[in-house]
Every structure is written in structure tokens, then in C-alpha cells.
Design a protein around this ligand. Structure first.
Ligand code: FMN
Length: 409
């Protein structure tokens, strides 16, 4: 099966699959999916190139995107075979929520473009697998759609707008939907330019431009599904956009009313108005971590937005240890950026993370096969984590042996 790509492969150029590769990928039964690289292949075969690039790509020259993966690859796991790890436990808690493994689905805007009802399907997959799901403010399905489709509490990721009324309304809707944790993203007040999106004509306002239209015609199944999808706008934000619910109009409203600057007063306001747990996402620097704590964060997600924002920012794997030292046990610390395998999960636990969030690793599964594809992605991570634990003598993700991870220079 030499058409399988290396697990951590990230292409920096938008290369379409050849017909042969596409047929091979489409002919495969996902129940046999051997590793995440295969899900990525499937995603590439199924999505219009512009949408695939939107998921896969990063900002500017994609230096940080690549570094996230490369720096995780430089970490080494300590092999321990003369200790008894015959019984292994992955169960833990993340932000007070039970999790069957220390992995959660991170917020991903426009997941409903990857697959119709994408956010609902991902939430359902997370619920049936027993891991937390975080809904993005920029979702296609609304908060209410997700709440009515899953019984498990989900996390809501908030972007701030220049109108406090909108922010208050979002907090109220999240509370009414049963969300217990709010994830406030701090690394995206301005958007890093995504060259691939520019090349593909995927710019705000989001509308179909000739190149994207061409890509769509090359993926008729995706196109048919999108045209017949029940949700085709930014479902959570559409009510504020002043009438039109067209995706182009709502995305235009978002770009005009998005809060484009850090404002401590806003953060204090969020803290005062959100009674549940608050996690700050997008912290890479120990000083920012301290500020987050002083503003009342219960948890910090160390992240560079998957290399989609400040290009040349440090990889999460490099940045994490200093943040961990600054935070100590004053807040739960989570990791995202570059996780593609269960061994990556084990490595970030070894760095001191309570758990991790994944983005692309589950979006590939969603593109490949909807809810089942997300479950497949999660199962692959769990299986790989299990083997990693067995061979490094780890019997409980909540009690890791010292020296599990070292850096290979
Ligand atoms: C397609 C896509 C959309 C994203 N949308 C959001 C978003 O709306 N809000 C947010 O805080 N982070 C967003 N992110 C960042 C992810 O939450 C996460 O930080 C990142 O994907 C982690 O890196 P990984 O994809 O290598 O796992 C998005 C990432 C991707 C790939």
C-alpha cells in the first residue's frame, strides 16, 4: 500500500491528487484506516482544493505550521520495557469533564464547509467517543444546532465583537446551551494572511469566485452535498448580521465588527459575565500566561492557532515548557499544534500538559467520512497512544514516569 503518505506529511504547495491516487484513496474502506495520513489522503480526494488548503494551510510562509510538526518530531520518548504496564488507563478529566483519553476536539471555524453539518457530526463523534468538543464562534451550525444534537456538554470558543451586546448575547446562548467552559481565543485579533486562501480565491466576504467554483466542479459529491446542506451560513453569528443570512453577507459583517485589538477591560468583562470555567487560548509566552492567570483564567491552551496566525512564532512544542514553568499548578494547561498521532499525544503529556486539543487530525476524518471519520481519527489516536504507553512503561496518563520525554537535538 505504497500510496499511503507519511503520517506527518504537510504539503506546503497545493498539489492536486493524480487520478490514480484519487481512485486509490476513494476505493479504500475507512474501517481499515491504518493511520492518520490515510485520512488526510481521503480528505484531499474529497474536498475541493480550496477547502482542503483552507484546512491544511497556515499563514504566510507556513514556517510555524511546519515547526509545530517538526519540533514534536524532535522529542524522544523513553522506552521502558522492564516495568509492568500490562494494564493501561487513558481515562482522565479535562476542564472538569470526563474524557476517555486526554484529547479534545478544538474549535474549527467553518467545519460545516468540510462536511455538511460538520460541527454537529464532530460533536456527536466526540460524545460517542467520550471526549470533549469545542464549538467555534465561526461555525456553520449554530450553538443551538449542536446543543440539540448532543447530550454531552460542549465548550464554546468566543471571538469578541465591537458590540458588547453581541458578546453578551453569545455568552447567554452558550450558557443556555449548557456549555460549562468558555474558550477565549486571544491570538487572532488580526488575521494572519493565508497565501493559499488568496491563491484559491477564498477571501472575505466569502463568496464563490471563479477559481473556487472550478475547484468545486472537480468534486461533484462535495458540491452536491454543500448545495443541499441544511446549514450554509455562519449559524452562530447570522442573527447579528442585520437581516441577510447569506454566507457572504454574514462573513462581511463579521469582518467589520470583529474586535481587532487586545483590551484588558473586555477580558475583565468576560470573566465577570461568565460564571463557568474560562480557558484562554493562544498563549505562547510565560508573561502572557501570567496575565491570563491574573485575569482569572482557569485554564490555558498553549497554542499558535495551528500556525495560522503569527508566522515564525515558536512552535507549541518549543514554547510549552516555559509556559508550564510560569503557570505551575495554578491552572490546567493544555497543548495544541501539530498533533497527528497518539505518540504526539503521549509526548505532550510528557511535557506536562493535562491534555491536548486537535484540529486538522479530526478535520481530515470529518472530510473523509463525516461522523464516522472523526471517530476513526479518535480511535487511531487512542490505539497509537496505547501502544506508546505500553512500550514506554506508562500505565496511567494521570501518573507519568519522570523523564518520559527528552529533546533530540
Ligand atoms: C480549519 C481550521 C479552522 C480553525 N478555526 C478556529 C477558530 O474558529 N477558532 C479558534 O480559536 N481556533 C481555530 N483554529 C485553530 C485550532 O483550534 C487549533 O488551534 C489548531 O488547529 C491546532 O493545530 P493542529 O491543526 O495542528 O492540531 C482553526 C484551525 C483550523 C485548521
Amino acid at each position: 500500500m505504497n500510496y499511503l503518505s507519511p503520517e506527518n506529511e504537510v504539503t506546503t504547495q497545493a498539489t492536486p491528487l493524480s487520478d490514480e491516487e484519487r481512485q486509490a484513496a476513494e476505493a479504500l474502506d475507512l474501517s481499515d484506516a491504518g493511520h492518520g495520513g490515510l485520512l488526510r489522503r481521503q480528505a484531499k480526494a474529497r474536498l475541493p482544493q480550496g477547502i482542503f488548503d483552507f484546512v491544511e494551510g497556515g499563514s504566510y510562509d507556513e514556517i510555524t505550521l511546519r515547526a509545530n510538526i517538526d519540533d514534536l518530531a524532535t522529542l524522544r520518548l523513553r522506552q521502558r520495557v522492564m516495568v509492568d504496564a500490562s494494564v493501561r488507563r487513558q481515562r482522565t478529566t479535562m476542564l472538569g469533564q470526563a474524557a476517555t483519553m486526554p484529547v479534545a476536539l478544538g474549535p474549527a471555524g467553518f467545519a460545516g464547509l468540510v462536511h455538511p453539518m460538520g460541527e454537529v457530526l464532530a460533536a456527536r463523534a466526540a460524545e460517542s467517543f467520550g471526549v470533549p468538543f469545542c464549538l467555534s464562534s465561526f461555525s456553520i451550525c449554530s450553538i443551538e444546532d449542536v446543543a440539540s444534537a448532543s447530550r454531552a456538554p460542549f465548550l464554546f470558543q468566543l471571538y469578541l465583537f465591537d458590540d458588547r451586546g453581541v458578546n453578551a448575547s453569545l455568552l447567554r446562548r452558550a450558557r443556555e446551551a449548557g456549555c460549562e467552559t468558555l474558550v477565549l481565543t486571544m491570538d487572532a485579533h488580526l488575521q494572519g494572511r493565508r497565501n493559499r486562501d488568496l491563491d484559491n480565491g477564498l477571501t472575505v466576504p466569502l463568496k464563490v469566485r471563479p477559481k473556487l467554483a472550478y475547484h468545486m466542479t472537480k468534486r461533484p459529491l462535495w458540491l452536491w452535498r454543500w448545495l443541499t446542506a441544511k446549514r450554509r451560513t455562519m449559524g452562530t453569528l447570522a442573527p447579528y448580521a442585520g437581516g441577510s443570512t447569506e454566507l457572504a453577507d454574514v462573513s462581511d459583517w463579521v469582518s467589520r465588527h470583529y474586535k481587532g485589538a487586545f483590551d484588558a477591560a473586555d477580558l475583565e468583562w468576560v470573566r465577570a459575565n461568565w460564571p463557568g470555567k474560562l480557558m484562554i487560548k493562544g498563549v505562547l509566552d510565560p508573561e502572557d500566561a501570567k496575565t491570563a492567570l491574573s485575569l482569572g483564567a482557569d485554564a490555558i491552551l498553549v497554542s499558535n492557532h495551528g500556525g495560522r496566525q503569527l508566522d515564525s512564532a515558536s512552535s507549541t512544542a518549543r514554547a510549552f515548557p516555559a509556559v508550564a514553568e510560569a503557570v505551575g499548578d495554578r491552572a490546567e494547561l493544555y497543548f495544541d499544534g501539530g498533533i497527528r498521532t497518539g505518540l504526539d499525544v503521549l509526548k505532550v503529556l510528557g511535557l506536562g500538559a493535562k491534555g491536548c486539543f486537535i484540529g486538522r487530525a479530526y478535520l481530515y476524518g470529518l472530510a473523509a467520512d463525516g461522523e464516522r471519520g472523526v471517530r476513526t481519527a479518535l480511535q487511531l489516536l487512542a490505539d497509537e497512544l496505547d501502544v506508546g504507553m505500553a512500550l514506554s512503561g506508562v500505565s496511567d496518563v494521570n501518573a507519568l514516569p519522570a523523564g518520559l520525554v527528552s529533546r533530540h537535538s
